[in-house]
Design a protein. Structure first.
Ligand code: MLT
Length: 238
């Protein structure tokens, strides 16, 4: 029976073996929620970068550029990291490619590329990711982006939610990390938004007046797509 494990921070990834497994990269607030939203809104593909300069260079090739540092849109970029940047119609996004860089999410993605399949998870597409994992029938590692190498609540709670969805056909009891995430998810489940209000990044976002983004990112199963890493870019799995 394949297993589900949770890596609480990209800093812990060297301790995990990703070869032969499915990596589910998660940064609920807000990178992976925004990636799901962008691809669902008609963005053709997303190229993630670690550095601002490398990201901005793709503007010359016709890409929309999106950049966040410390929760704010970086100067000189078309978009920040709000999912509403892909929904509010200010910039037409349909049919465009997006070059993106964020504080934690893009780093977690780059560090996960040794896995057999790398997909993007969010509460928005929880069941779609669970279905993908069931079809692959391989061990799953949820890679939490955290915050600057530290543990965070929202990504871990997502790991617990995914483990619960997979529990019938995956081993979810052999890893203490998965057990801890499942326990947190049981606490959070009856009122996810209220529970995650305690998170440090929610306080950071609220101080940046991004409460609307928080309410959006804690919606569950609103999207059926799975963004997947293919040939150096994120596209919708088909
Ligand atoms: C990140 O990648 O660090 C984030 O998603 C932070 C944010 O934009 O809220």
């Amino acid at each position: 029976m394949p297993s589900v494990d949770i890596c609480f921070s990209p800093e812990l990834l060297p301790l995990y073996q990703l070869e032969g497994k499915v990596a589910v990269v998660v940064d609920i607030l807000r990178a992976t929620s925004s990636i799901v939203t962008a691809l669902a809104a008609g963005v053709t593909h997303i190229v993630p970068f670690s550095e601002l300069e490398d990201c901005q260079a793709l503007a010359a090739q016709g890409y929309l550029t999106a950049a966040e540092r410390d929760g704010r849109q970086a100067a000189g970029f078309d978009l920040g990291n709000s999912p509403f940047g892909y929904l509010d119609g200010v910039l037409p996004v349909q049919g465009r490619g997006v070059a993106i860089t964020t504080t934690n999410g893009t780093r977690a993605l780059h560090l996960s590329l040794a896995a057999d399949a790398v997909v993007i998870g969010a509460f928005l597409n929880l069941e779609a990711v669970a279905e993908f994992a069931r079809q692959q029938n391989k061990d799953v590692v949820v890679v939490c982006a955290g915050w600057k190498g530290m543990f965070n609540l929202e990504d871990t709670v997502f790991g617990g939610a995914l483990a619960e969805r997979l529990a019938a056909t995956f081993d979810t009891s052999s890893s203490d990390a998965t057990l801890a995430a499942l326990h947190l998810w049981q606490q959070a489940k009856p009122g996810l938004a209220g529970y995650l209000l305690q998170s440090a990044h929610v306080r950071r976002l609220n101080s940046l007046e991004a409460n609307k983004d928080f309410d959006y990112c804690v919606q569950v199963d609103t999207h059926r797509i799975v963004p997947i890493w293919r040939d150096g870019r994120l596209v919708v799995n088909s």
